[in-house]
Design a protein around this ligand. Sequence first.
Ligand code: 13P
Length: 328
Amino acid sequence: MAGNKGLLAMDESIPTANKRFKEAGIPQTIEYRRKYRELIVTTPGLGECISGAILFDETIKQTTTDGTPFLEVMSRIGIIPGIKLDDGAKDMAAFPGEKITEGLDGLRERLVGYAEAGIKFAKWRAVIIITDELPTDGNIYANAYALARYATLCQEAGLVPIIEPEVLMDGDHTIERCFEVTERVLHIVFEVLISQRVYLEGMILKPNMVLPGLKSPVQVDADKVAYETIKCLLRCVPAAVPGIAFLSGGQSDIAATEHLNAMHVKYKGKLPWALTFSFARAIQQPAMDYWKGKDANVAIAQQLLCHRASMNNAARRGEYKKEMENNQ
Ligand code: 13P
């Protein structure tokens, strides 16, 4: 959360990485996933904008083409390594249409190995689906308990837990409905985190921004997103939490930057927590689309990656302007 930096989520599971590679015309193999992650961690200047990167288990053990472990490359450029610990969101029995995140079995033992490997923080994502009827409280509580149990195990092992309750953007709901659901989810999450003795000063919250659904006919400007998001967070997130790092959740890369910027322009110096980004798609997408798996495209793909990271840096200072998009 320090300075104006943020986090890069590069922890796509094998199915998610393969899905995105397929869309971008990249072969879906372990070697191409390794090459892609090498492209990211060897991007010149990335450490000036990114303070930590969330990795997938497969990446931790991999090396660059010249045999240097990724973790060593990251430590040289000052990017702290984190790990995605959940096993993904599965259909929740007895709760049709809702998801519960799995991965608690054996977590204490896995954490010992990650701590020994030098991993300093972790991520667990809960997925909350919006419809007119969903989410149910039963689903929110089940996900909140999993987040809390993961978080205390991380803290026991000396890793900082990122707690990610993501209210999805899929659907045609209004921003008001997103507010209502996000508020309910965050209230329950913090009620449970407190009851389960999560050390609030030693966690990072990774929430969605408050936004209309992707298919909503009523879209809103960045000022409105900033206002609703901050209003919701102020109602729900204790001041003891040091930092909030947003997911991008399917917003366009530029929209995600504009929204973060608007929050800093409006509320700079007035919030109890630091506010930054922990984007995956909104930082990586232009680079992945350009790369296409070809060595000849690596250098420009890296420039695109660094550009998005630095635009989000500017947004964290409240100094982002759309004209800056042309200076790459
Ligand atoms: P997006 O920014 O693409 O939503 O991903 C963030 C993330 O880490 C999801 O778990």
